[in-house]
Design a protein around this ligand. Sequence first.
Ligand code: F6P
Length: 542
Amino acid sequence: MTSGLKASQPWKDLQTHFESIRDQHLRELFAQDPDRGATLAAEAVGIYLDYSKNRISKETMRLLFALAESCSLQERIEAMFRGEKINNTEQRAVLHTALRAPRTASVMVDGSDIIPQVHEVLDKMSAFCDRVRGGQWTGHSDRPIRNIVNIGIGGSDLGPVMAYEALRHFSQRNLVFRFVSNVDATDFAEAVADLDPAETLFIVASKTFTTIETMTNANTARDWLLSHFGGDTAAVAKHFVALSTNADKVAAFGIDTENMFEFWDWVGGRYSMESAIGLSTMLAIGPTAFHEMLAGFHEMDEHFRSAPLDQNLPIIMGLLAVWYANFFQVETTAVLPYEQYLKRFPAYLQQLTMESNGKYVTTEGQPVDYQTGMIYWGEPGTNGQHSFYQLIHLGTRLVVCDFIAFAKSLNPIGNHQDVLIANVLAQSEALAFGKTDDEVRSEGTPPWLVPHRVFPGNRPSNTILAEALSPGVLGKLIALYEHSVYVQSVIWNIDAFDQWGVELGKVLAMRIVPELESHASDDLYHDSSTNSLIRRYRKLRR
Ligand code: F6P
């Protein structure tokens, strides 16, 4: 049995329409509708989305909106905001939107309003950050904190590190920030190599407080600190804080729950960077700028909740992703920020998009008969232009690109910004329109070289443009992608908020650890490949 999506009339209408548009070139589409550069665009909350360089017509959008309506998209959006348990397999509400709701809002979960607790934690974070940033929070030997090391992985790392890099311009520069995620000891060793334990604060960030990578690194951090303080465990209280939903585990680790900043099970790990998990961000940029970021998220939330389909940025982006994934059978989306501060944005988006929509069964547990989440990847421009853009321009695969650019640089030096923006515009133009055989020949290119220099074009992209990167704009941008991911999941009828795909590897790793450490027994019960690799490892390690 399959999900029925492909049998629905709106889907069939899209399939028929696809047959008529699949071979049309963007050159033709622009010739047929010369204004599409202005009309296939939308603007909201200071974010401009030009989606005209996609392989679509106005009819495509009309049919995609009809598909969205047939999937009750707007009801599903309301269900999320209202706190319904839309994370079906974990029976949880999905309320990252409540984390950025104003103090005056009210959102009920299981009969109680969660907004007061959200703001209580934000206030506690603000007070703590003011003390650390002002030098009043001192370490065990009374020295002010200079170094902050966030220990976490997945959503407890990627959001914080991305936000720190993105908002570095707004950060307090006398504080050093490091992020340790990998269980590979090198990550920890290199992060603390030049740090003085007496001036170092560890933030142990883990929703569950059971994740093996984080707990291993946290234990190593505690040993590192205590070896400096002669084993005096009283030092832990001044040098460790925890961000978690699990107070019992935090206490069991030895961190006073007074030094714990709480969040809740209705916050998914990859949707948590504006919860207590954002403590490192708040330490870097301060409570005021952190609240500006939350306000940016909230503006996009309100837009998503209220704007009509054809003006709704996350809905447009989400539906375009479905169009490419399911009709053109596109495998990947490249996210290409022309803003150096967003260098970790593609990595952050990988978890957001792929952990959310990498699902092969519907919410009812039936296998899907269509592709779901695309592969997301990318690097900042212009660097990528000198590496992988060759394949996007002239390779055999269709890659969808999201270009992200800002009118104003945070470091306005010389003409760098104009050169940067000229490049992003040139890339989307070249991808869409290419360079014809005639154009190449007319330049006097020898015939044998012509095919190598022809750009087929017809390669789609979105361009997202805002005035300048700021805490608020970062919030809007992240919320844009978060909601686009949800739109896709609604169409595909999958649960975007669980992540069972992580579990099997975790369980098997726990079984293999003692086998690697064992010297005595050679009784291994894996497949012959895994058994051989374990034996080889043991031998090499000896
Ligand atoms: O990778 C699986 C996952 O559960 C993510 O969803 C989460 O962000 C990450 O592990 C870290 O989990 P925790 O915050 O509980 O340590």
